[in-house]
Design a protein around this ligand. Structure first.
Ligand code: PHE
Length: 442
């Protein structure tokens, strides 16, 4: 086997992992989920889950990846064997499925940069809603943007772990923070923005139901990129000197920070213009353009916003493709570049029915009333990621617990006082809590 590529520095690794975590999940999904689930109360529950279960599973993935220095499937095989590699297989498959529809939605964000710039997005929420509906149901245009986004993703992965992914994240992540801050500066100074801030920051626990917890936990998994092996893969390019627990805290904190910042950006703007915070998935593509249309300099801020969303999606998309590339290069000896291109095409093809399911194929249902895209999302995000998370926790908590202390402490060099608590969460809390969510979700 050739020597394995490694991250250039700890900062590079943390930014790449944060790049994976920060994506459409934070900026598109989190604000509308918070908007639908009572604002501040959802935020508090979400953060509590991220910093207990989410953080623990992330650390478990880093530890598995670094201990094995392999792709998710190979990692389970190296560390324990038996049936465990199936967990890795399911993860790689989940990445495959998620990327196919993720790229479709990311393609919309690219399209919205162009539409913003060309002045096509004007009018009230109704007009913009019709424009959005017309665009995503078109049989050709969104597929072209999906192809473009997949090509971008493949291009970054072609550059390799250090030269492609790490370098892209090192440039794009700071850019994302700057863009966010600029946009928030605008949003919170809009007249009437205080109502949005209050909604988002002062919790109203009377709106909390079992569903709130359910939504917050699946959101935490998706947003932290855990449960499918993206973080195992990224951990596998780490050297034995980096502090895993600290890195996991950094990545979780950055991911949560961006979710909170996205809430601070979108909810004040929505309230300032009197829109409904519970508008759902359309909040970003319909409500926000309506806000931009009424705002001085709106076109400029609109372009910036969709650029930001594209950047965030790109650094996540590469982490969905890389586990597949790592698997075929580690285990089958394939050339990394060929693998990236081949699977780029395959995943693009799988995304096509997702895109068409919003238009000409909308009558074609897979799970219940759900079309192709919603079914793929449901299978991967609501079933495969949580099941993966349970199995990863059990693996670390029971199957390889003996190897984990030396792994997370770098052979005792970096003390980890919370080791016992972490193991306890992996053994009991995470599997039970996630299983509960999974069952109550079904
Ligand atoms: N975390 C990414 C987001 O929030 C999505 C993702 C999920 C990426 C799973 C990799 C693995 O958009």
């Amino acid at each position: 086997m050739q020597s394995r590529e490694q991250w250039g520095s700890r900062l590079g690794f943390v930014l790449a992992a944060a790049g994976s975590a920060v994506g459409l999940g934070n900026i598109w999904k989190f604000p509308y989920m918070a908007g639908q689930n009572g604002g501040g109360a959802f935020l508090i529950i979400y953060l509590a889950l991220v910093f207990t279960i989410g953080l623990s599973v992330m650390l478990a993935e880093f530890a598995i990846g670094r201990a094995a220095q392999r792709n998710p499937i190979g990692a389970f095989a190296v560390l324990k064997g038996k049936m465990w590699p199936i967990v890795g297989f399911m993860g790689v498959l989940a990445g495959f499925i998620i990327l196919s529809f993720y790229s479709v939605v990311a393609g919309w964000t690219v399209a919205y940069i162009v539409k913003m710039a060309s002045g096509a997005l004007v009018g009230d929420a109704d007009t913009l809603g019709a424009a959005f509906g017309g665009f995503i149901s078109d049989p050709v245009e969104p597929i072209l943007y999906h192809a473009f986004f997949m090509a971008l993703t493949v291009a970054v992965v072609l550059g390799g772990v250090h030269g492609g992914i790490e370098r892209a994240c090192k440039i794009l992540m700071p850019m994302l923070f700057v863009l966010l801050i600029v946009l928030i500066g605008r949003a919170v100074t809009l007249p009437g923005a205080e109502k949005g801030l209050e909604f988002f920051l002062s919790p109203d626990f009377s709106k909390v139901t079992a569903e709130t917890f359910n939504g917050a936990l699946s959101q935490a998994f998706f947003s932290l990129s855990i449960g499918m092996g993206a973080m195992i893969t990224y951990g596998s390019y780490l050297n034995k000197k980096e502090n895993l627990a600290k890195s996991a805290v950094w990545v979780s904190a950055l991911d949560s920070a961006v979710a909170v910042l996205a809430g601070l950006l979108i909810l004040p703007a929505v309230f300032a213009f009197g829109f409904d915070p519970a508008a759902g998935p359309g909040l970003t593509f319909i409500t926000l353009p309506a806000v931009f249309a009424q705002m001085p300099g709106g076109i400029f801020f609109g372009i910036l916003f969709f650029l930001l969303l594209t950047v965030a999606a790109l650094t996540s998309a590469v982490s969905l493709l890389q586990p597949i590339v790592a698997y075929f290069t580690d285990e089958k000896g394939w050339n990394a570049k060929v693998t990236a291109v081949v699977f780029g095409f395959v995943i693009f093809a799988l995304g096509v029915p997702s895109s068409l399911s919003l238009g000409i194929w909308s009558d074609f249902h897979i799970i219940g009333e759900k079309g192709f895209l919603d079914s793929m999302d449901y299978i991967a995000s609501n079933i495969m990621l949580p099941v993966g998370g349970i199995l990863i926790s059990l693996f670390v908590g029971w199957a390889v617990a003996g190897k984990m202390q030396s792994e997370v402490t770098n052979e005792g060099e970096k003390p980890f006082p919370l080791f016992g608590a972490w193991l306890f969460i992996c053994r009991f809390i995470a599997p039970i809590a996630v299983a509960w969510i999974l069952i109550s979700g079904l």
